[in-house]
Design a protein around this ligand. Structure first.
Ligand code: HEM
Length: 381
């Protein structure tokens, strides 16, 4: 999609102007005024992105500490109040005891221990509600003040719908762990994580565009744009495969690196065919290593190529950030695996995935938007 087509507040008939184009002084003034009026909206969306980022990490810690199945009911409107009196706690604990997690994993658990696991899931759900409020109230305020243009409104409505769907998806995931086995379905976990990341990414991209307004330069050369787009896709795929590792607890086995069972490709992978890609711990872990490795190689390639081209300004910062985030992410991933998934490291690994995604998106945004890069590239070749 071209930048012009989704620009907020733009009539579509106006020329997209940039430095060096024939923009008149009054055109430039009105563009800057429009941009200034949209920056608070952009800041609001950046704030929401931060809240979603924290939500993903809280969700990860909830899962890693075995707290995710402690609330066996979902009351979207009234459930924001935790049990307060002792009798309410006893009632909540009694309900929890009716489900398999208690019998199969936590038999003999005391009320005090139950309270310990209950809080994280409660905070996770409360944070989700807070995100809803932090979305709705400023939305209404901006709307009443005429800051929500017709072009941006559908996208904001989409965020709201996706956010509500995320709540439903979360409960659907929890429900899968309340029957027979106290483990949630890996497919539902990946869907829940994936939708969170999708909302985050769409919102971040929208905020970047609103922040910058409709000024435009020269997009970077096609090949570097394509390479960075491939990196983005690979990061997304690696994250999805990481969701399967988490969903199947596949990080608790093959705790060696780089070899698995003394081999580069473990003999047990794909024993049952392609379905193992989603169901077998060996295959799932191998895939995650492979995708992460390819992603890292591509990041290094992008880093080196853009170094050769000679980036400047924000693109240079983004390039360093992408490289650093990928390096840290791979190191933390290996440490998480070798140490058998300690909660702090695993949570850091989850946060690192989002940080890497953010850095790659920022770089891609800058390259698409325009940078001296293209001019420099032409000058050198
Ligand atoms: C580009 C690099 C990488 C990305 C973007 C990435 C992303 C992710 C994501 C999103 C998860 C799911 C986290 C969750 O839902 O809790 C995950 C889990 C995991 N990753 Fe990675 N990862 C990368 C590299 C690696 C590497 C190199 C290793 C080790 C060889 C690794 C090992 C693991 C393990 C063991 C888990 C499961 C942790 C848990 O159970 O919470 N990752 N990864």
């Amino acid at each position: 999609m071209s930048q012009q087509s989704v620009l907020p507040g733009s009539t579509g008939a106006e020329p997209v102007s940039g430095s060096g184009s024939g923009e008149s002084a009054s055109g430039r003034t009105s563009r800057l005024l429009r941009q200034a009026s949209l920056r608070p909206v952009a800041l609001w969306l950046f704030g929401l992105c931060l809240m979603i980022f924290m939500m993903v990490v809280i969700g990860g810690v909830t899962r890693l500490t075995g707290s995710g199945l402690s609330m066996v009911e979902w009351k979207p409107l009234l459930g924001w109040l935790p049990p307060i009196s002792e009798s309410e706690w006893v009632a909540a604990f009694r309900k929890y005891k009716l489900f398999p997690e208690y019998a199969l994993r936590n038999a003999g658990m005391t009320l005090a221990e139950f309270k310990g696991i209950f809080w994280l899931e409660y905070i996770h759900r409360l944070w989700g509600r807070l995100i809803g409020v932090a979305f709705l109230l400023p939305f209404l305020w901006f709307w009443m003040r005429g800051r929500i243009t017709r072009r941006i409104a559908p996208r904001l409505v989409l965020f709201f719908v996706l956010g509500a769907a995320q709540g439903v998806l979360g409960w659907w995931m929890v429900k899968s762990g309340l029957v027979d086995r106290p483990d949630v379905s890996q497919y539902r976990l990946v869907a829940h994580l994936g939708l969170a990341v999708l909302i985050y990414a769409l919102m971040f991209w929208t905020a970047l565009r609103l922040w910058d307004g409709d000024g435009e330069g020269n997009p970077a050369p096609g090949w570097i744009l394509s390479l960075t787009t491939v990196v983005l896709v690979m990061v997304a795929l690696t994250m999805v495969s990481g969701g399967f590792v988490a969903g199947l607890d596949a990080g608790l086995t093959y705790n060696t690196f780089p070899l698995m069972d003394g081999r580069w490709v473990p003999p047990a992978a794909w024993r049952n065919g392609l379905i193992d890609t989603f169901t077998d711990v060996t295959t799932v872990q191998f895939n995650h290593r492979l995708l992460a490795g390819v992603t890292f190689v591509l990041v290094v390639a992008t880093y080196c190529f853009s170094f050769f081209v000679g980036t400047r300004g924000k693109v240079r910062i983004a390039r360093h950030l992408v490289f650093a985030a990928a390096l840290v992410q791979v190191i933390v991933g290996i440490a998480t695996l070798m140490m058998q998934v300690p909660v702090p490291l695993a949570a850091l690994h989850q946060a690192g995935a989002l940080a890497l995604l953010t850095a790659v998106m920022w770089m891609l945004y800058l390259l698409r938007k325009g940078d001296p890069l293209k001019a420099q590239f032409r000058a050198r070749t």
